[in-house]
Design a binder for this molecule. Structure first.
Ligand SMILES: [Zn+2]
Length: 323
């Protein structure tokens, strides 16, 4: 990438916008329009992170690191320079591309009975829920043509991970759930790896804008768990999409006083329970009240409901978790 292209990228991405999109908030305003806040790069308790929006630069008095938006992306995502550039470019252009892709997949869902059958089997039956989660379907072999018609280059589609190096759609026979800045694809066929994401971060907690206002929040690890609970009337639910929370998701859970019910999978090897216990411990240390929900062995919230559990029974599990 040439010097000019680098400068152009830095002009297009304002450091402050990028920081705010990653949940950074200034704690106070200084002279010449500068801001001070907690450092997102190290465990910071006193605001020591200085941002100068006019110069598009940051400096941390705690960890001594500083630079421009590219340097920030390198440090924050812990990647090398070329990957940081790719992430930034993706951040700039991705929202529209992903919205258009998700929209295309949504239309396909209603054309493909195998996808609707799969959802039905997994307990997703309400059209209101499908609408709420914006669930779509990737049949494979038709996305690239559609996006090319819309003017996207093959390079862009490849960089976004939507098309393989050989030019094929990467998502095939997958139910697709739009996440913040990514698309999760669940294979409906047993021959392919079940879970797939586009390159880049999985983003924050799923549908956090809906859940964050509730004083009690239920945290699950899978989107089908989310779907089952939402459909059963528990709208105070959110999902980490995996049993490990990333830093952003963790900060979201801790962003105001609340009770978090951890309804992670009860795997037979106990890994889900261990993850729940260590998470409960960390949350408690941050002043968040955490309760571990004990599901019957071998169950996750989705299978609990799919095998006949109802809202009343789940409510009893929540009550029991009150401790
Ligand atoms: Zn720092």
């Amino acid at each position: 990438m040439s010097r000019q292209a680098l400068d152009a990228l830095k002009q297009q991405i304002l450091l402050l916008d990028y920081l705010q999109a990653h949940d950074w908030r200034p704690a106070r305003t200084l002279s010449r329009g500068r801001f001070m806040g907690l450092c997102p790069l190290h465990e910071d308790h006193e605001p020591s992170f200085l941002v100068d929006p006019l110069k598009n630069l940051f400096y941390c008095y705690g960890c001594g690191r500083g630079g421009d938006v590219i340097r920030f992306a390198e440090l924050y995502h812990q990647v090398k320079f070329p990957q940081a550039l790719a992430l930034l470019r993706q951040w700039l252009g991705l929202p529209l591309l992903l919205r258009e892709t998700a929209e295309f997949y949504r239309v396909q869902l209603h054309r493909c009975s195998e996808a609707v059958d799969y959802l039905y089997q997994r307990g997703i039956r309400s059209s209101e829920l499908i609408e709420h989660m914006r669930i779509g379907y990737a049949p494979g072999g038709c996305l690239r043509g559609w996006l090319t018609q819309l003017g996207y280059s093959r390079v862009t589609l490849r960089e976004a991970g939507l098309v393989s190096a050989a030019g094929y759609d990467t998502y095939m026979h997958r139910v697709v759930f739009p996440l913040e800045g990514n698309l999760y694809g669940r294979s409906i066929s047993a021959c392919a790896p079940p879970h797939r994401f586009l390159p880049g971060t999985k983003g924050g907690l799923y549908a956090w804008e809906h859940a964050q206002g509730y004083p009690e929040v239920i945290l699950v690890e899978g989107l089908f768990d989310y779907a089952a609970l939402w459909q059963a009337g528990f709208h105070n639910v959110t999902c980490s999409v995996g049993n490990q929370l990333n830093a952003r998701q963790y900060r979201q859970l801790c962003d105001s006083p609340r009770t978090v019910y951890l309804a992670l999978d009860a795997d037979e090897n106990g890994s889900g329970q261990k993850a729940a216990q260590s998470l409960a411990y960390r949350l408690t240390e941050h002043g968040i009240s955490a309760r571990t929900v004990s599901l019957p062995e071998g169950h996750d919230p989705n299978s609990f409901f799919a095998q006949g559990g109802d809202a009343h029974q789940f409510q009893c599990l929540l009550e029991a978790a009150r401790g």
